[in-house]
Write a protein that binds this ligand. Structure first.
Ligand code: 4AD
Ligand code: MG
Length: 431
């Protein structure tokens, strides 16, 4: 008998099939017994009638515990009250792998216990739903850029030039060449690739040795970073609002069931469409002060400031042209106000805060060199990056969207550590 996936049961109504998976729950009245099975493609209820199955199968069923792996054979029938709309009238039960004393029971567990058992916790309904939304977001990212003629360029993870903040680097010894760093960003490399291919993006893991223990920070996270030749800062924001709206739309369209499982109120996601409101950093400071924040012009927006400001809008908001002092060396100086740079953050609504950081890049050789020196970075490590300003310099812009923050926002989960299978945090390297 050939094995069938639960998601395909609809095509086998009336047939006798084999389904393999893991036991989620069982219950029995003594004459009729039920099992809910998960196989990764969906959930299926199996029903056994004591008088219709062999004694041995009935007994094997009685021995099933949570997460036992089993092969069930039986007849598929439509059952509107069953998860997925189909159920199996079970005739045979084969135990593939027993599961004594499974540590995660349906009762409540504390978060640290669950993260200690992350390798098993991944099997729970909510975690499966989050994983599927994440997959949808990642696939949507690739589809979005592919459809718009972008070329994916894979950038190195081991780098010799600091991408963002000198203070937040993971370093490792690299043969005779001194220190190598784990990439904080692929941006500098996609800037080089943009001069070759026009519209490019990279998509991979990035690393920050940040001491932040907030619900928005991981030490390893995934980022997608498009870079476009001849886009200025305004073009850059237009691309971002189309992109973010597309991602939210795809999740709503393709992952309804998962969002329901997560009890996500989808009304706020349905409002996500371009154009997004825009506010300059300077106006944002005034607004925040009026809302009770004591932040001063010149400082970065803290997490609480972001939340406060974003609450004013019903869709993501762009805050643009931050002070030079709080932003990275590569951002282009604003010709209308050299105290600021041509950049933007995109703040997600509902308290999620920054999901994107983007900017027009400094394309002037001398100004870029001066910025590198001001930040006490080694110009020798950036010789190749400076070359891009020496040989056919060009206006260009790009941004980075953090996958875990975006997935957490779309799923409506409070902490980004649940938005990745195996989170890396200051105090977590296991499992
Ligand atoms: O604002 P960031 O640091 O920007 C860059 O890395 C630029 N090189 C991007 C570019 O212009 N190509 O990071 C971009 C995004 C943030 O908005 C956030 O979503 C995410 O990456 N991010 C983090 N996510 C989880 N944990 C952390 N520690 C993060 N740091 C940044
Ligand atoms: Mg940022």
């Amino acid at each position: 008998m050939s094995a069938v996936q639960i998601s395909d049961l609809g095509a086998h109504v009336g047939e006798t099939v084999l389904v393999r998976g893991w036991v989620m729950t069982t219950r029995s009245s003594g004459k009729i017994a039920f099992v809910v099975l998960r196989d990764g493609s969906g959930y299926m209820q199996g029903v056994l009638s004591k008088k219709e199955v062999a004694e041995a199968d009935w007994e094997r069923f009685g021995a099933l515990t949570q997460e036992t792996s089993v092969a069930l054979t039986g007849t598929v029938r439509a059952e509107p009250r069953s998860p997925g709309g189909y159920e199996m009238g079970v005739a045979g039960v084969e135990i593939l792998g027993p599961s004594p004393d499974y540590p995660i029971s349906p009762k409540e567990h504390g978060t640290s216990f669950l993260f200690e058992h992350r390798h098993l916790w991944l099997r729970s309904r909510r975690q499966v739903a989050v994983a599927r939304v994440r997959h949808e977001v990642e696939q949507a990212i690739r589809d979005f850029f592919h459809a718009r003629g972008f070329t994916l360029v894979d950038t190195p993870i081991l780098t010799g030039s600091i991408g963002e903040q000198a203070g937040e680097l993971f370093a490792t010894d690299y043969f005779d060449l001194g220190k190598a760093y784990l990439a904080q960003t692929g941006q500098l490399y996609v800037e080089a690739a943009a001069a070759a291919l026009g519209k490019v993006y990279c998509f991979g893991p990035t690393f920050r040795a940040e001491k932040s223990k907030t619900r928005r920070h991981l030490t390893e996270f995934w980022m997608v970073e498009p870079e476009v030749a001849f886009n200025d800062s305004n073009d850059n924001m237009r691309l971002q609002e189309e992109f973010v709206s597309y991602l939210a739309g795809r999740a709503l369209e393709q992952r309804k069931e998962e969002l329901k499982e997560l009890e996500r109120d989808t009304a706020p996601l349905e409002r996500i469409r371009p154009p997004f409101p825009r506010i300059s950093y300077t106006d944002a400071v005034t607004r925040l002060n009026a809302l009770g924040s004591d932040m001063q012009w010149g400082g970065d927006l803290g997490g609480d400031d972001e939340t406060l400001l974003a609450k004013e809008y019903d869709r993501p908001v762009f805050v643009y042209n931050y002070p030079k002092g709080v932003k990275a060396f590569y951002m282009k100086e604003n010709p209308d106000d050299p105290r600021t740079v041509l950049n933007n953050d995109c703040l997600a609504p509902e308290g999620y805060g920054e999901i994107i950081g983007g900017s027009q890049r400094e394309d002037d050789y001398d100004r870029l060199l001066a910025r590198i020196q001001e930040q006490h970075l080694d110009p020798e490590a950036y010789r190749w990056y400076l070359d891009l300003r020496k040989y056919g310099t060009f206006v260009h812009s790009g941004f980075g969207l953090g996958i875990e923050r975006t997935v957490a926002w779309i799923c409506g989960i409070p902490h980004i550590r649940e938005a990745i299978a195996f989170p890396r945090q200051i105090h977590r390297l296991y499992p």
